[in-house]
Design a protein around this ligand. Structure first.
Ligand code: AMP
Ligand code: GLY
Length: 464
């Protein structure tokens, strides 16, 4: 019996999930609702006897309509981006088609409110929060808010991060030193524009090394996967604006080179406490799905930056190619409330994204955007399964040509026994992608990794 899977896709993340599904011993058929004609997803849907449709805004009603047409063939769904999740895709799909989607129901999409995230953490793991304060326009009149914000700065210091409550895909966040240096700048340029729309958090700026941990919940058990380091900034050596992530690495085991075992235990324990608080007594199927936690390791231990309800992009691409278990089986266990663990090969992985020249908006490019992947694909003859190429914001035209759209174009994933080798494979492939694209050269570079190690050593030795 073939297993039909509904996929909701945005970016390379789902291409990787589709690849992992197709490696199952089950015969998988993919029914993919995609943001554009992603060449990888299109081919997988065709090869497996499924269907690929383009729904440019990933409107939930349209996705549900597509799923309904194939309701008898689809066993379950997998969500790529958070957008449809925050519109309640899980609830709507199940209500209207009976198909279960592996992602939390609407009320557990914590990315909807950063204030709620901080308040929940304050209940279960206050030590994982920075010192923070919420300024709510429903409670504080506009003419008094400046005084109140400045009074808070007198207490917490000038070095803060300012975050709107509502999701702004990272762009609404302002951090001292990166985005502003004075109170006035912070208040005028970051605080007020967000305060005009809703509550704003002003929290202590944390210093340390960032990492993320992705968990899969079956509604009862919360299963961790290895830690991943994301490179958020647009340019080498972490210069320039934040992006969705220019690349990422995973070391051989669960930990990253700058972490100690107790950091891992702390990070897992924080997530478990949060999961238990949301779950309540017994199993809570509404919680089934991914929990992505962005942490920062500081001199005072592990703190939480954000919580999301979907796989990280690029981070999921560090994990899935190394999954030892059959992913379809993992999904079935998840649906049944029987997920007790996930096994990964003890190998390193490095993801490097090729992005359009104008990605992030810091420069202009109005020329043609044709992309050729043949030379990079050629390398698969040499590296076999140790090299994966996952197209993201790339579309195949009717004539077969590939054209880059506006977001991250193609991810090159290198797998090897150590980080250095995995980096070489990914880098060699990304350099062979032909097109008006660029990438970061320092992803998992030894000097970069060592800088994180010595940064953490210095922070720990100055711990109170
Ligand atoms: P968020 O959307 O909350 O994850 O914030 C986006 C990015 O801003 C994070 O990945 C961090 O690099 C940075 N950031 C957010 N909050 C803080 C904080 N309290 N201290 C330092 N950096 C932060
Ligand atoms: N790469 C960051 C994220 O997926 O949230």
């Amino acid at each position: 019996m073939p297993v039909g899977v509904l996929g909701v896709s945005y970016g390379s993340r789902f291409a990787c999930l589709a690849d992992t599904l197709c490696r199952s011993w089950h015969m998988v058929r993919l029914f993919i609702a995609d943001k554009q004609r992603n060449p990888f997803n299109l081919r997988k849907a065709q090869e497996t006897g499924g269907e690929h449709v383009v729904i440019p805004d990933l409107d939930v009603r349209e996705i549900v309509k597509f799923a309904r047409r194939h309701a008898r063939e689809i066993s379950f769904g997998i969500l790529g981006p958070e957008g449809p999740g925050m519109q309640g895709i899980r609830d709507q799909l199940e209500r209207e088609t009976g198909i279960k989607m592996i992602c939390p129901s609407l009320q557990y999409f914590l990315e909807k409110s950063k204030v709620r995230q901080r308040k929940l953490l304050q209940e279960v793991a206050p030590e994982a929060n920075p010192r923070f304060r919420v300024f709510d326009p429903a409670e504080i009149p506009r003419e008094r808010v400046k005084e109140e914000v400045y009074r808070w700065l007198d207490e917490v210091g000038e070095r803060v991060a300012v975050k709107p409550d509502a999701p702004a895909t990272g762009k609404g966040v302002g951090v001292w030193g990166d985005h502003f240096r004075t109170r006035e700048e912070m208040f005028q340029e970051y605080f007020l524009p967000s305060f005009a729309k809703g509550p704003v958090i002003v929290e202590e700026k944390l210093e340390g090394e960032e990492f993320s941990l992705q968990f899969l919940s079956d509604g009862e058990h919360l299963v961790p996967t290895p830690c991943v380091r994301d490179y958020k900034r647009a340019f080498d050596w972490d210069q320039g604006p934040n992006t969705g992530g220019m690349g990422s690495y995973k070391d051989r085991g669960e930990l990253l080179p700058f972490m100690e075992r107790r950091d891992w235990e702390e990070a897992v324990s924080i997530a478990e406490r949060l999961h238990r608080r949301l779950k309540g007594e017994g199993r809570n199927p509404g919680l089934m799905g991914v929990m992505y936690v962005g942490y920062i390791l500081t001199r005072e231990g592990v703190k939480v930056l954000e919580v999301n309800s979907r796989w990280g992009d690029p981070e999921v691409m560090n994990l899935m190619p190394l999954l030892e278990d059959d992913f379809v089986e993992v999904c079935f266990k998840c649906l049944d409330g029987e997920l007790r663990g996930m096994r990964f090969r003890e190998r390193a992985s490095v993801v490097i994204y090729a992005v359009p020249l104008d990605y992030g908006g810091y420069r202009k490019y109005s020329g043609p955007r044709r992309v050729r992947l043949e030379e990079a694909e050629e390398l698969r003859k040499r590296y076999g399964e140790d090299l994966r190429l996952y197209p993201g914001s790339l579309e195949v035209r009717e004539n077969g040509e590939l054209w880059a759209l506006s977001s991250r174009t193609v991810a090159a994933v290198g797998l090897a026994e150590d980080l250095g080798r995995a980096r070489e494979i990914a880098l060699e492939a990304v350099r062979r992608i032909d097109g008006p694209l660029r990438h970061r050269e320092d992803i998992a570079l030894r000097e970069h990794v060592e800088r994180s190690i010595s940064h953490m050593r210095a922070l720990r030795s100055s711990a109170p």
